[in-house]
Design a protein around this ligand. Structure first.
Ligand code: HEM
Ligand SMILES: *[C@@H]1O[C@H](CO)[C@@H](O)[C@H](O)[C@H]1NC(C)=O
Length: 320
């Protein structure tokens, strides 16, 4: 059989490159900015060398981006009126990673101007950070576009809060296409990172709006410890959500099972049979927590509300 002539092989190659450039795969930037993924990975490695705890910051930033308007970097936009996503109470206090994302973006703009979206940088940083603290890896399909709109009102309506019941958490996740099991396994993200006292005070001093009431679903020894760290009328200390705040492991679920999850929403995971079964399953080493988490992250990181968008030049502002 004759080999295909040289020109037809050439044509086929060209076609493949074209298809590649238009598909939203992990190799999306191969033709236009092949170093994009390795630049993010190297920078994340460097940031975490200085501060491992920042892994939690990157992971939460991606989550908060995706739950409001899809994963479109809307969380990074500044607004002079202070009415952007980052100004909403759920973000304003402690969301972090902004400076690092801006730095990676500026590096990539130097190397491949106008190519790599801020939303993709956020998605890659979350994945690379989780891997660095011992968590699973997952494929990040690239080609997200950066959105034009960022609203505190929408953020209030879209992010889950610690006050929610199990049913409300399920509904909140369902609104972005994530199911009950995925809600539970993604809560396992609290195995890394940190919290302010603001997020637990309602359980310590005025549970259910009752002055002086402590949440009965919180272990009483932990409640006492948290009260010491978080005095009623002070900002208090920075808290961890499990004993190994810089390691992605099963200990968050072990804590939750022992009524030692620090948020009301963590405790809610035990209030249904489905939730309790999953918490138990994930609370021991060697469970499918890492695999299930990775699969749910792939879904979360593909939440899209509007495929139209741009590649911002600067992550905090839409292009002029
Ligand atoms: C189920 C509903 C959830 C609620 C109510 C919730 C709530 C919270 C709260 C209140 C904090 C502490 C904020 C502070 O005071 O500093 C926090 C931290 C965090 N959350 Fe969640 N969360 C939820 C789900 C998730 C999901 C799905 C992810 C990611 C997949 C996630 C990742 C994180 C991370 C990594 C931190 C630590 C942030 C840091 O170290 O800066 N959370 N969460
Ligand atoms: C968002 O919710 C908080 C209460 O959690 C409220 O104080 C604030 O005014 C709300 N912001 C907007 C823009 O709706």
């Amino acid at each position: 059989m004759a080999l295909p002539s040289f020109p037809s092989v050439w044509a086929l190659l060209c076609l493949l490159v074209l298809v590649e450039a238009h598909s939203d795969g992990v190799d999306y930037y191969l033709p236009t900015c092949p170093q994009a993924t390795s630049v993010v990975k190297e920078k994340v490695t460097e940031y975490l060398k200085h501060n491992k705890n920042l892994a939690g910051g990157f992971l939460r930033l991606h989550f908060h981006d995706c739950f409001v308007r899809g994963c479109d970097a809307s969380v990074l936009l500044d607004s002079p009126e202070k009415t952007a996503e980052k100004d909403a109470p759920g973000n304003a206090v402690s969301l972090r990673g902004f400076e690092e994302i801006a730095e990676m973006k500026s590096l990539l703009e130097d190397q491949c101007p106008g190519i790599v979206s801020c939303a993709d940088i956020v998605a890659l940083a979350a994945r690379d950070a989780v891997v660095k603290v011992g968590g699973p890896s997952w494929p990040v399909a690239l080609g997200r576009k950066d959105g034009y709109i960022s609203s505190d009102v929408e953020t209030n309506a879209s992010l889950p809060t610690t006050f929610m019941s199990f049913e409300e958490l399920v509904q909140n996740f369902a609104a972005v296409g994530l199911d009950e099991d995925e809600m539970v396994v993604l809560s396992g993200a609290h195995t890394i990172g940190r919290s302010t006292c603001l997020s637990v005070k309602n359980r310590l001093y005025e549970f259910d709006g009752v002055e002086g009431a402590v949440d009965p679903s919180l272990d009483s020894d932990l409640a006492d410890q948290l009260k010491k760290k978080c005095p009623q009328n002070e900002d208090g200390e920075i808290l961890e959500m499990d004993p190994t705040k810089n390691t992605f492991d099963h200990l968050y679920f072990k804590a939750v099972l022992a009524n030692k999850g620090i948020f009301h929403s963590d405790a809610q995971l035990l209030t249904t049979e489905v939730g309790k079964k999953l918490v138990k399953k994930y609370s021991v080493p060697g469970s499918s927590f890492s695999q299930d988490f990775a699969a749910a992250m792939v879904k979360m990181s593909n939440i899209q509300w509007n495929p139209l968008g741009e590649v911002r030049r600067v992550c905090s502002a839409v292009n002029q």
